[in-house]
Design a protein around this ligand. Structure first.
Ligand SMILES: N[C@@H](Cc1c[nH]c2ccc(O)cc12)C(=O)O
Length: 513
């Protein structure tokens, strides 16, 4: 491509006297058809190879970078021009600008010094798969829009479901109604399940009470989640236009009896329970609701049970953690994010439905341009999700599952859990600290013994030092720090480093007292 003058782009256009461009002149001013405006393949190969080298260098040495940037809001604008260039630039110049413009403002999520939120995944096989997805660049809304996009997704969701030992009813290969779909995020899955549950309940109630209009029914619907559920569950209720009730957890976990009590109270008030979200691995403390209690309660009251295992679900590929999803057979839908903890880059949120027809029919619009002759023989995933467009995300799963193998993915999970235990032990060996919750998976919730204010000051100091990055949480007015193990590059020495940072910040605070 580059540096070919594009003849029509620059000469001043004659105007018609009113400041408007003269159409005849513009039409005369055509592109030379022999001149390509595209980057050609040889140049693409050089550019892409340089980028691959940059990526490998960036990731392998990520530990050396300051995990949290020091820039202030607005830092970037002065570093680049105010408008897009008229003439093409060199890719080498763009490469140069990555360190100058972008890197100073990057929070390095894949650094072993990053311990905030929960992990987001990153692996070379997934990055390469995304390159291929970018090249095929199909929009797989229907089967015919790119059969491989749909069919690989169906099979990958079966592979993944088998890795977790999901009940056969969730899998397409069982030959029943069930199957899996890749959504963008767990929040989307929660909303999709809620909308399916809502459609199902409205239909049931209409059959029982043909005299009730839809508005009356919708006003009576009520859903449930634990008081520890992610805020996206509450948001799904708002987006879906239904009431959601939060159920008090016990030791951070929702119990069946509390859920049942809430349902019965609502029934007594004439409300219509329709949906319950059971969280396996909460954001605050990675607590697990009792699915084996809550699921059967939901089933008994004909309430759709959705399981949100966004982070912790990846651990169910390890048999030793599967007891935490006991009761899974009672769920109507199940979701976890391989893009959090299973080495598949964002976005890849795996959702299974026992009976997708509720979701499919709830969203069904069928314009002529989206119809095709094979309808009904394979899923048209546009009906399973909120947007119409969808990328070829199954490629990332396929590459990661094949190039790691289940064994190495299990090893990744186990390593992170062990690092969390290592950090927890370091913490407990220092009498100034205590754990704020039991250590679950790759998360340690800890705090300085004493007031919330002391812990707020500690976190500020840790993040201010800039060597590691953590975020806090609060449960029942107790403020604590969350140490999430996030990077696939983490080694045991990194945990020692992170602990030293925490204890050095505590030392500083003591010295100032
Ligand atoms: N980033 C998440 C938000 C989310 C939804 N459900 C969760 C459960 C636990 C957790 O730690 C985060 C979430 C998403 O995929 O939408």
């Amino acid at each position: 491509m580059s540096h070919i003058p594009i003849s029509n782009s620059n000469p001043p256009k004659q105007t018609d006297g009113n400041g408007k461009a003269n159409i005849a002149n513009i039409l005369e001013d055509k592109l030379d058809p022999k001149v390509s405006i595209d980057m050609e393949a040889p140049e693409f190969k050089d550019f892409a190879k340089t980028m691959v080298d940059f990526i490998a260098e960036y990731l392998e040495n990520i530990r050396e970078r300051r995990v949290l940037p020091e820039v202030k809001p607005g830092y970037l604008k002065p570093l680049i021009p105010d408008a897009a260039p008229e003439k093409p630039e060199k890719w080498q110049d763009v490469m140069q600008d990555i360190e100058r413009v972008i890197m100073p403002g990057v929070t390095h999520w894949h650094s072993p010094k990053f311990h905030a939120y929960f992990p987001t995944a990153n692996s070379y096989p997934a990055i390469v798969a995304d390159m291929l997805s970018g090249a095929i660049a199909c929009i797989g809304f229907t089967w015919i829009a790119s059969p491989a996009c749909t069919e690989l997704e169906v099979v990958m969701m079966d592979w993944l479901g088998k890795m977790l030992e999901l009940p056969a009813e969730f899998l397409a290969c069982s030959g029943g109604k069930g199957g899996g779909v890749i959504q963008g995020t767990a929040s989307e899955s929660t909303l999709v399940a809620l909308l399916g549950a809502k459609a199902k309940k409205v239909k049931e109630v209409k059959e029982l009470h043909p005299e009730w209009d839809e508005h009356t029914i919708l006003g009576k619907l009520v859903g449930y989640c634990s008081d520890q559920a992610h805020s996206s569950v509450e948001r799904a209720g708002l987006l879906g236009g239904v009431k959601l009730r939060s159920v008090q957890s016990e030791n951070h976990r929702m119990r069946g009896a509390a859920l049942e009590k809430a349902i019965e109270q609502d029934l007594a008030e004439g409300l219509i329970p329709f949906y319950a979200v059971v969280t396996l691995g909460t954001t605050n403390s990675c607590a697990f609701d009792f699915l084996d209690e809550c699921g059967p309660v939901g089933n008994k009251h004909n309430v759709w049970v959705h399981v949100d295992a966004a982070y912790a679900g990846s651990a169910f590929i390890c048999p030793e953690y599967r007891h935490l999803m006991k009761g899974i057979e009672s769920a109507d839908s199940f979701n976890f994010n391989p893009h959090k903890w299973m080495l598949v880059n964002f976005d890849c949120s795996a959702m299974w439905l026992k009976d997708p027809s509720w979701v499919v029919n709830a969203f069904n619009v069928d314009p002529l341009y989206l119809k095709h002759d094979m309808q009904g023989s394979a899923p048209d995933y546009r009906h399973w999700q909120i947007p119409l467009g969808r990328r070829f995300r199954a490629l990332k799963l396929w590459f990661v599952l094949r190039l790691y193998g289940v064994e190495n993915l299990q090893a990744h999970i186990r390593r992170h859990c062990n690092f969390a235990k290592q950090f927890g032990d370091l913490c407990l060996a220092d009498s100034r600290f205590e754990l704020a919750a039991e250590i679950n998976m790759g998360l340690v919730c800890f705090r300085l013994k004493g007031s919330n204010e002391r812990n707020e000051a500690l976190l500020k100091r840790i993040n201010g030092r800039g060597h590691i990055h953590l975020v806090p949480a609060k449960i029942k007015d107790v403020y604590f720090l969350r140490m999430a193990i996030c990077s696939r590059f983490t080694q045991s020495e990194d945990m020692e480093y992170s602990w030293k940072e925490v204890s050095a910040a505590a030392d500083e605070m003591e010295q100032e007292q």
